[in-house]
Design a protein around this ligand. Structure first.
Ligand code: NAG
Ligand code: NAG
Ligand code: NAG
Ligand code: NAG
Ligand code: NAG
Length: 409
């Protein structure tokens, strides 16, 4: 009883009526820490009449679909607002304008689909930290956000969290209106490439987190863009790097860049043989590249020798043709002799064949001397030339044979 009386007395002493009575329904107000909490109370709109002393407002796990210019009036002392996990879909123009001392805004885990271009505008650009982790509902929201970052006057922003938003690409110049940004979190998205201009305009960046994305490698453009950021901390781990020869340039950059990279976490996902291997430890040969300098050196003498061989062959061919030309008369004579010899020997065979196969026709060659040439030319041309040219030494034999039939007869 006595205890209760003391408690009531202290309560009356510590709070002025306005502070004690003004806590909105469903919220807890802590005057000493100047904090108001409205957690998981199925609240449908941002509570009005939040005490003016409040510096931190935590409204999470509710069902607030919309916020607008009337949501945060008379809250000029608020510096921190956590609005995570409230299913917020719409942010209207100048939603946070009354919060002229707002430094920290957490909008993570919402379903933002409609963001007014001036939703984030606050006079004097006091905002230093913006958390939009897992808060964008779809691609149009990204377009909206691009405009909102441009029009929002967030020149004082130091920290931006865009993790877990399924981002597949970043619009060029997305961050160009955030000149003071020091820390950028893009982890757990679906980014595949960095282009030249992706990070332009950020001259004070100290930390860039690109872990848990879809980077297979970084091309020349991307490496130039990353190198422009200077000796900052860049987190590149937990990406599905494809350690084929194409990644050589990136591997070399890892070796020589001024940036401080989380080298231990940069590991290959493919090919299967290198899965899990630290990319910075791999040699150019391990990633299946032939050393470009060596190939050039090795190729040069080979090409020279091919050219030389071609020249020599050409010369030999010309000499051969020239000799043929000089000997054209002898050649002609030789060819005619050969042709006659062939014809004779073939006729001899033909004659003998006819004699052997049909004795009744034995008389035909004898009284048919004029047709000998005809029979010879009736034989397939290919057979004649083949047999003759391939076996010129048969010449003498041929003549003997050619002469033999009349003798035998
Ligand atoms: C903000 O805080 C100051 C000092 O703590 C106080 O005087 C002022 O009344 C507060 N503003 C509101 C709207 O309550
Ligand atoms: C942003 O919010 C998420 C979820 O509420 C949290 O995990 C993350 O650490 C926050 N980001 C920063 C940079 O504090
Ligand atoms: C990445 O994001 C997805 C969906 O946005 C979420 O389900 C998952 O928990 C996140 N993972 C990490 C490691 O944050
Ligand atoms: C890795 O790169 C090589 C060469 O470009 C390609 O043939 C292969 O399909 C890639 N593997 C994966 C998993 O992307
Ligand atoms: C990177 O450096 C390591 C160790 O100094 C070396 O073994 C490797 O070949 C280098 N990689 C590239 C691609 O230059």
């Amino acid at each position: 009883m006595c205890f209760f009386a003391v408690w009531v007395f202290l309560g009356i002493l510590l709070c002025t009526p306005s502070q004690c009575l003004e806590c909105p329904f469903g919220c807890e107000c802590f005057a000493v820490t100047r904090t108001v909490k409205c957690v998981s109370k199925e609240i449908l709109t941002v509570p009005q009449s939040i005490p003016g002393y409040a510096k931190a407002v935590i409204i999470t796990g509710n069902n607030i679909h919309q916020i607008g210019p009337d949501s945060f009036t008379k809250m000029e002392n608020v510096t921190n607002i956590i609005l995570s996990n409230n299913r917020i879909t719409d942010m209207a123009s100048h939603s946070f304008s009354p919060l002229i001392h707002l430094r920290f805004l957490d909008l993570s885990e919402n379903r933002l689909a409609l963001i007014h271009p001036e939703a984030l505008s606050i006079p004097g650009s006091p905002l230093q930290e913006l958390n939009l982790s897992r808060s964008l509902h779809d691609l149009p929201a990204l377009t909206d956000l691009t405009t909102a970052l441009r029009w929002g006057g967030l020149r004082g922003l130091l920290r931006l969290d865009l993790s877990g938003n399924h981002l597949a690409r970043l619009p060029l110049g997305f961050f160009s209106h955030l000149p003071d940004l020091r820390q950028l979190f893009l982890t757990n998205n679906s980014l595949e490439a960095v282009h030249s201009g992706t990070f332009s305009g950020m001259n004070r960046l100290e930390l860039l987190d690109l872990t848990h994305n879809a980077f297979v490698t970084f091309g020349a453009d991307a490496l130039l863009e990353l190198e422009k950021l200077g000796n900052i901390r860049i987190l590149l781990g937990c990406n599905p790097y494809n350690c084929s020869c194409d990644i050589g340039r990136f591997a070399a950059w890892l070796n020589e860049s001024r940036a401080q990279v989380d080298l231990d976490a940069v590991r290959c996902a493919s090919p299967r043989g290198l899965s899990g291997a630290r990319l910075p430890g791999l040699s150019v040969h391990a990633i299946g590249c032939v050393d470009p300098v060596q190939t050039e050196v090795a190729d040069l003498p080979l090409q020279t020798s091919y050219v030389f061989l071609g020249l020599v062959l050409g010369l030999v061919g010309m000499v051969f043709l020239f000799v043929l030309y000089l000997n054209r008369k002898g050649m002609k004579k030789w060819i005619i002799e050969m042709r006659d010899a062939c014809r004779d020997v073939l006729e001899g065979y033909h004659y003998r064949y006819e004699m052997d196969s049909d004795p009744r026709l034995g008389h035909i060659p004898a009284d048919n001397g004029g047709s000998r040439r005809d029979l010879g030319s009736a034989l397939p041309q290919r057979l004649t030339s083949d047999t003759c040219i391939v076996k010129p030494p048969a010449d003498t034999q041929v003549k003997e044979l050619a002469n033999s039939p009349p003798v035998n007869r």
